[in-house]
Design a protein around this ligand. Structure first.
Ligand SMILES: Nc1ncnc2c1ncn2[C@@H]1O[C@H](COP(=O)(O)OP(=O)(O)OP(=O)(O)O)[C@@H](O)[C@H]1O
Ligand SMILES: [Mg+2]
Length: 480
């Protein structure tokens, strides 16, 4: 299994040892002393895995890890971190941030080899799986490599070749329509039409004529004969979006069409056959709607031969960097800009949000960031987390950022918002937002250096006394 491993360590001996061990195993090795140089190498060369010390002069190994995880084209590169004896806690944090594995000093030859080899094998398998899926066309638009998304791709691949009716459920903005389109694309009918009908958008009295067509003069306004969506979708796929909002009368007619494969236009007794595969989607709990009489139970059973659940974004936050990367490329291209880099703190912040509007909300946010930010997207560009997002996050027990501290009068930096007032309602002021970001960054840095204030102050570019002041002012406390 060939591959190139990038070793990042400021200690010459460690670099030499790792080079010997890895080259002895047939791997190529590149080594650099600093994280900054590692980023340069990553930009210029093909690297299959990174082994980095956590403590480095300048940018730390943790920040390097975060940068790698926040670039869409790098996010799948395995990153193994080396920690000193005293900083196993930091190594565990690194795992949470997406490190593949860690080892302690002094390095154990076999441990290193097993770990690097496993990491390379896992990432090659993931590459192959994703190449297969791309070949099959499933992923043309769907982004995400988390276990949750992989399960979804597997389900899509399984039902696509069949004629089975699929009911896609899931919260708004989770990608139900993308799933429906992927199923069609991967089905034997992909050369036939894909017809989408938004059942919630059609006025109740027009649903039947939209779906089944009408004869001239069938009702006032029916000035000409019209084909319905069932007819248009012949030999293809009919996607009934928001089926939960379809009026009961229309449901009866849809049920009949599904049972007999025949349809008739409004105002006509003549029936004819159509060859249509029906996919449906809803953000409602159809089972409950059926129980409570708002949806025909028999239709529900007919539609949900194969149920597929589209997962909420909070169930796979690990896909956020990859999604951000994909949307970033899309919107930068659309706006004729070069792809903008994203500060790792932005990814960390986004990963912690509740996203009640799911991927759609994230996508809209990225578009806004692309347009409003400068050369790099930083936490200053982020809007405050909305009240709804916070509620969702809390309801699902996702990790919460610490509460904002009481307003402080003194501040030592160039703060132009010293007299900002808290805006009632959901928005945090720029000041509160900046505090949150500062608090998170200082806390990360402190953890990284085991609360060595002098070291943290150096890394942060602050005087010790100023750092102490910030720690107090921002209400930062050492855990445990
Ligand atoms: N996994 C994904 N990868 C890339 N883009 C995605 C993904 N999931 C959703 N999107 C994007 O998010 C937006 C919303 O997706 P979609 O319209 O399919 O959601 P939906 O579940 O049908 O929402 P609603 O219930 O509100 O209709 C679209 O722009 C879509 O391209
Ligand atoms: Mg939709």
């Amino acid at each position: 299994m060939p591959g190139t491993v990038l070793v990042v360590d400021d200690e010459k001996n460690i670099r030499r040892t790792l080079r010997m061990v890895l080259e002895g195993d047939g791997l190529e090795v590149r080594d650099v002393e600093r994280a900054e140089d590692a980023l340069q190498v990553l930009l210029e060369e093909r690297i299959d895995a990174v082994v980095t010390d956590i403590r480095l002069p300048g940018m730390s190994g943790i920040e390097l890890l975060q940068r790698i995880r926040s670039m869409a084209s790098w996010t799948r590169i395995p990153v193994l971190v080396i920690s000193g004896h005293a900083s196993v806690g930091v190594a565990v944090d690194a795992i949470k941030l997406g490190a593949t594995d860690f080892f302690e000093k002094p390095l154990d030859r076999d441990r290193v080899l097993v770990s690097v080899r496993n990491a390379l094998r896992a990432s090659q398998l993931a590459d192959e799986a994703s190449a297969l899926r791309t070949a099959a066309g499933a992923r043309e638009e769907m982004v995400g490599e988390s276990a949750v998304m992989r399960r979804l791709y597997a389900e899509v691949e399984k039902v696509a070749p069949t004629r089975g009716r699929v009911l896609i459920t899931g919260e708004s903005g989770t990608g139900k329509e993308l799933i429906a389109r992927a199923i069609h694309r991967m089905s034997p009918r992909h050369e036939g039409p894909f017809v989408k009908v938004n059942c919630a958008a059609i006025p109740a009295e027009l649903v039947e004529s939209e779906l089944f067509g009408h004869e001239k003069g069938a009702f006032t306004g029916a000035v000409a004969r019209k084909r319905g969506h069932f007819e248009t979708a012949d030999h293809g796929t009919l996607f009934l979006d928001e089926i939960g909002d379809m009026p009961l009368a229309a449901q009866a007619k849809v049920l009949r069409a599904l049972e007999t494969g025949e349809v008739s236009r409004v105002g006509s007794d003549q029936t004819f056959n159509v060859d249509v595969r029906v996919l449906a989607a809803t953000h409602r709990d159809l089972e409950r709607e059926a129980r409570e009489g708002r949806f025909r139970e028999d239709l529900y059973f007919r539609l949900s031969v194969v149920p597929i659940r589209s997962p909420a974004l909070r169930e796979h936050p690990e896909d956020i960097p990859m999604l951000v990367g994909a949307f970033l490329r899309e919107f930068c291209r659309q706006n004729q800009m070069r792809p903008k880099p994203v500060h790792p703190a932005v990814m960390a912040d986004l990963r912690g949000r509740g996203f009640p509007g799911n991927v759609r909300e994230l996508k809209n946010l990225v578009e806004r960031l692309v347009i409003l930010s400068g050369d790099e997207i930083t936490v200053d560009d982020l809007p405050a987390e909305s009240l709804r997002s916070r509620e969702v996050r809390e309801r699902h027990g996702l990790p919460a950022p610490e509460a904002a501290p009481a307003a402080r009068e003194d501040d030592d930096d160039d703060d132009d918002g010293a007299h900002e007032l808290r805006v009632p309602g959901e928005r945090a002021t720029l000041r509160q937002h900046r505090d949150d970001a500062e608090r998170a960054y200082i806390l990360d840095t402190l953890k990284e250096v085991d609360w060595n204030i002098s070291r943290a102050a150096t890394l942060l570019g602050l005087e010790r006394t100023n750092l102490h002041k910030k720690i107090r002012g921002l209400g930062i406390k050492r855990e445990g």
